[in-house]
Write a protein that binds this ligand. Structure first.
Ligand code: FDA
Ligand code: NAD
Length: 426
């Protein structure tokens, strides 16, 4: 049994949704495009899962956050795919791929062949077991990557009114879930191995602002240690977490956000991998010219940094998706992908954006005891990165533009004196 398509997108997440819209904008014909996803629903805006989805009042639920509402574009419901002649194969995993034959074998036993494949398989959450701790299957231990995880997390919250949660990990999932749990009136302790939260991006000074804010909302921080084991009751529910520093914390529920691994398994030994992802060139094409990769799974050349990076953020998934469709359908007209990394987060009433790279010397600006502040990163005499909390739309656009422009910076003291004005006037 088998079907053949011109274009197949493997994976049905953010990248797949934005690529589908772009294919339609570029005039793909009915019956040419197929999307295969092991999730049971059409592509949706994954960031909603740690934000609107977890609200106690009027939570976001599908179909409200199908792609591409996150970029103020059309909301692509299953009906939209049907009307545009796109085959949406849902609830179906791909269990093997053969890039020489250009075929994919699904969990239902079907062979789907392609002329061009876009790999958009994203990533999976790392499990505690990979760090030698068992208990991930307990009903009150939650991860957060997909709708099924999010439903499980909501159930755990609803089963623990006024209860205690431990959040393991001080990265994006940890910070956003901790905030959502507080909003649900759960008492939160965050546990992570580093000296401060968001260690991959924040400086100690920036982290301290958010930690103080979280403390003011009742969050406890236990830093510099990791989980060593769980205690369970007779039903297999976790009742306490034991930390390596000897502490024991009683819990009603646990949320784990300890990083991800890109889903490259189907292509190991077939495509070149780098930085944990599928290595692609400036056209997002892999070592096999019929296979492209986008989103979390792609390791692509970031022109501004002059090196290959893998980014795990929604804007990168959206932009790489839009780009790849143009590169495939209008190859002669398309320059190489030139992407400025952009990350953001929203928690409580706080909201920050970051552009570029966080290397070099840091120059702070604004009022760290107020609501608008930020930082520039200056490397080898040029502005390479900018962070801004509490900015206006115009201010965010200004720091994005300034970072893209990479102006020469001769005097760090002068940059500090000008602060946000510098970006606005570049
Ligand atoms: P994505 O993970 O979206 O999609 C991959 C799809 O492939 C999934 O549907 C998966 O099931 C499917 N798949 C994988 N293997 C398969 C197989 N073998 N067969 C079939 N299907 C397969 N970023 C940001 O910038 N700001 C934010 O606020 C947030 N917030 C946020 C919250 C939460 C809870 C998460 C988990 C992530 C974020 N992110 C984020 C990150 C952002 O969501 C992420 O970078 C994008 O979803 C990546 O898009 P992709 O399309 O690459 O993967
Ligand atoms: P992360 O990489 O942001 O953070 C992982 C954290 O895990 C680290 O900060 C560290 O504190 C902790 N950690 C690592 N090893 C540990 C161990 N053995 N024990 C305890 N803690 C340990 O990853 P994440 O928070 O799990 O997020 C998952 C993915 O979702 C990422 O790709 C992230 O970019 C994405 N995401 C992004 C956003 C956003 O951009 N706003 C929001 C949510 C999720």
């Amino acid at each position: 049994m088998g079907r053949a398509f011109v274009y197949v997108i493997l994976g049905g997440g953010v990248g797949a949704g934005y690529a589908a819209l772009e294919f339609v904008k570029k005039g793909v014909s009915h019956g040419e495009l197929c999307i295969i996803s092991d999730e049971p629903v059409a592509p949706y805006e994954r960031p909603a899962l740690s934000k609107g989805f977890l609200l106690p009042e009027a939570p976001a639920r599908l179909p409200s956050f199908h792609t591409c509402v996150g970029a103020n574009e059309e909301r692509l419901t299953p009906k939209w795919y049907k009307e545009n002649g796109i085959e949406l194969v849902l609830g179906t995993g791909v269990k093997s791929a053969d890039v020489k034959r250009k075929t994919l074998l699904t969990t239902t036993g079907e062979t789907i062949s392609y002329k061009i494949l876009i790999v958009a398989t994203g990533a999976r959450a790392l499990k505690l077991e990979e760090f030698g701790v068992s208990g991930s299957d307990a009903q009150n231990v939650c991860y957060l990557r997909n709708i099924a995880d999010a439903n499980r997390l909501v159930n755990a919250v609803q089963s623990s009114p006024g209860g205690n949660a431990v959040v393991i990990g001080g990265g994006y999932i940890g910070m956003e879930c901790a905030a959502s749990l507080v909003i649900n009136k759960i008492n939160v302790t965050m546990v992570f191995p580093e000296a401060h939260c968001m260690a991959r991006l924040f400086t100690p000074k920036i982290a301290s602002y958010y930690e103080e804010y979280y403390k003011s909302r009742g969050v406890n921080f236990v830093k510099g240690t990791v989980l060593s084991s769980f205690d369970f009751d007779s039903d297999g529910k976790v009742t306490a977490v034991n930390l390596r520093d000897g502490r024991k914390i009683s819990v009603d529920m646990v949320v784990v956000g300890i990083g991800i691994r890109p889903n490259t398994g189907l292509f190991e030994g077939q495509l070149t991998l780098e930085k944990g992802g599928i290595k692609v060139n400036g056209k997002l094409q892999s070592s096999n010219s019929s296979v492209y990769a986008i989103g979390d799974v792609a390791a692509f050349p970031v022109k501004a940094f002059g090196e290959t990076r893998r980014l795990e953020h929604v804007d990168s998934a959206r932009q790489s998706a839009r780009y790849v469709v143009a590169a495939i359908m209008e190859p002669g007209k398309t320059e190489e992908f030139d992407y400025l990394p952009f990350f953001y987060s929203r928690v409580f009433t706080l909201s920050w954006q970051f552009y570029g790279d966080n290397i070099g010397e840091v120059v702070y600006f604004g009022d760290f005891s107020g609501s608008t502040f930020g930082a520039y990163w200056v490397n080898k005499g040029h502005l390479v990165g900018a962070f801004l909390e509490g900015g206006t739309k115009e201010e965010y656009e200004a720091v994005a533009k300034a970072t893209r422009f990479r102006p020469a910076i001769e005097d760090l003291t002068e940059l500090e004196r000008q602060g946000l004005t510098f970006a606005v006037t570049v």
